[in-house]
Design a protein around this ligand. Structure first.
Ligand SMILES: [Zn+2]
Length: 142
């Protein structure tokens, strides 16, 4: 992966912090807090290195727009623990399951925020390349 890959999420500095700050005994509120800090770090790294998301074109109508900025989700953080050997595969699976339950029980989004605040700017789901109008209007003019 090239150093300036616009879709890159995990930079070495972030992994170092994750390795240093994550603890198996960590409760989810603390884990969400760690995610917030890693995400802020990601945005800072991207801004300092002038990394911008690529422009993508809708394959249907050709409308060009910038693809969504990558963000660190709680699940991505958990999977990264296993991927980089910070936690064992077993622990990673357990935390992933526990998180899925915790998330539903508390009505949280992928980033550990209350879903009610989702409309207030925290909408970075993975966007598809196709414009929203294509999927929302089956009988579009394309
Ligand atoms: Zn389109």
């Amino acid at each position: 992966m090239a150093a300036g890959d616009p879709q890159r999420v995990w930079f070495p500095e972030m992994l170092a912090r994750l390795r240093c700050e994550w603890d198996f005994a960590m409760l989810f509120p603390a884990l969400i807090d760690l995610r917030d800090r890693l995400d802020a770090m990601l945005q800072q790294i991207r801004s300092e290195r002038h990394i911008v998301s690529p422009v993508v074109r809708c394959p249907k109508c050709g409308t060009a727009r910038r693809s969504a900025e990558p963000h660190v989700s709680v699940r991505a953080l958990i999977l990264t623990l296993g991927r980089f050997g910070i936690a064992s595969q077993e622990d990673t699976k357990k935390i992933e399951r526990d998180w899925a339950k915790y998330r539903v029980q508390n009505g949280l989004d992928l980033y550990g925020q209350a879903s009610a605040t989702l409309a207030n700017g925290h909408s970075e789901q993975i966007e598809s390349v196709v414009c929203a109008h294509v999927s929302s209007t089956p009988r579009q003019r394309h």
